[in-house]
Design a protein around this ligand. Sequence first.
Ligand SMILES: *Cc1c(COP(=O)(O)O)cnc(C)c1O
Length: 364
Amino acid sequence: MALEFAQRVHRIPVYPLASGYDLGDEVALLASNESAFAPVPEVFEAVEKAVLRAHRYPDPAYAPLRRALSDRYGVAPERIALGNGSCDILLAAAEALLEPGAEVVYAWPAFSIYPHLAASSGARAIEVPLDADDRHDLDAIAREITVATRLVLVCNPNNPTSTSRGLDEIVALLDRCPPHACVILDEAYAEFSLALGDTYASVELLRRWPNLVVLRSFSKVYGLAGLRAGYALCGSPEFRQAVDQVRQPFHLNVAAQAAATEALRHQDAVEQRVTHTLAARLELEQAIAELSLRAAPSDANFLWVHMPDGEEAAERERALVAGLAQRRVLVRAGASLGGPGAVRVTVGTPEENRRFIAALRELL
Ligand SMILES: *Cc1c(COP(=O)(O)O)cnc(C)c1O
């Protein structure tokens, strides 16, 4: 059989999926930047209650979650887009904003889904290399913005390199962006970031830039990666309307809505998780430095660890990822994320982190 597929299907790269989810509990899953902590018990209770009404469609307005986010961030409900994970909103943004002849600008390496946006829409992708310190080169990004630019993606802190830019630098970029170009600040790791100050600071920028969208996720610090919920706080209602227009009406299931709404009520848990994660990250950073490896300055819940320089960096990376996997510690090879010669490791539980360091010592 030879099915004929649309051209775009041939263009869309295969997303670098993590492996190991079927290996059982003893595997340290440090490959996907998830939370090491399960949701708080109240979230499970809210989900249980919600699924009792699983025979009904979800509330298509997602009113309770929308209201909770609106109250928390002071953004009008009509300027909040919700999604089946924040990736859902990114893909919808591509469908709503991009087409052949249009351009999308982003740093590279950055989040693995970004190349899909141009590939699926036929727009031109302009990938701007990170600077020598694995950070966004915002000046170079600004220089790539033209009349054809419809979308600028800024991943801050950046996945996979963990680095971030301060808000003053983001503001300088926004100042150079014409109003027709939508800027998405992808802040999946905002809660961990010290450079952002607090999780409200970038939201404040929406008052000044109607073309700005602040994208957030429940998959990281909130620990809901498996339920899928993300949101976008938008400078104007038009972005929200457009991304809703291109998607099915029920993009957020009842369990995800209930879980996300409840999770927002437990900011004390969020703060505790951030504190634990940053302390554990510091220990990992010290252990890595003792092994004479260099990690990029992290502002998130993961580290980007460079292999020693030299021609064999890519080979060392492959050997290290394989050696760690044999020891049941899964990390991400930089090569699969656009950055060969490095590995990305998520800060896990204290036990997982100890196992990672022990395995690393053995392998080096
Ligand atoms: C993990 C991540 C997301 C979140 O994706 P979800 O679809 O919400 O799970 C978004 N952006 C970046 C940069 C990420 O690393």
